[in-house]
Design a protein around this ligand. Sequence first.
Ligand code: AMP
Length: 214
Amino acid sequence: MYIVFLGAPGAGKGTQAAVVAKKLHLAHIATGDLFRRAVEVGTELGKQAKSYMEKGALVPNKITIAMVLEQISAPDSKEGVIFDGFPRNLEQAKALDEAFKKQGKAIDKVVYIKVAEEELLKRLSGRWICRKCQTPYHDVYSPPKVKGRCDKCGGELYQRPDDTVETVRERLKVYFSQTAPLIDYYTKSKKLVEVDGVGKVNEVAKRIVAAVRN
Ligand code: AMP
């Protein structure tokens, strides 16, 4: 099963993708996490992606698509994948469709996680991420048991450098101009299911699983 999670920054794609991937035994490909790790380790990919991420802009399609195609050929993607943060524009969506077509595969469902814009801004400020395992936390909505430490692996929590007010504004602008048109693209191919992204993590996860199985 191949599922795309679509939604604005702060809609909960990362949190939900991790939970739902576990429930449905799917691999979780999060392009933002892959880029952040590459930046942290200092690989060539990280060096190429860093300046775009800092500005809240999209990393060029050529780099992003090559990275995702490599990931989907990995053995642990064989049983299915949840794509979190990809595709983010029409060119990426078409590249994924083409690559899948060549392999005799197709996207089964696109889950659009809908959250109002004021709520997105509240969620993006106060967000923390584990440096080691990338688990997300929030000061108000999902605080860690011990301040600054990951519940799962004890790793250090940090705030993303692109979660500042200015960069968040740019990321939302990029989302509405480049990514939101994908809602239409996947509606036309009858793959889109819309899920209300407001509520407790488990409640939203239940809605997503029901929508995917339907
Ligand atoms: P995210 O963690 O999904 O919010 O992504 C963080 C940043 O990584 C984005 O603001 C982009 O700079 C970059 N990024 C993640 N996914 C993509 C993508 N599919 N295409 C281009 N850039 C991306």
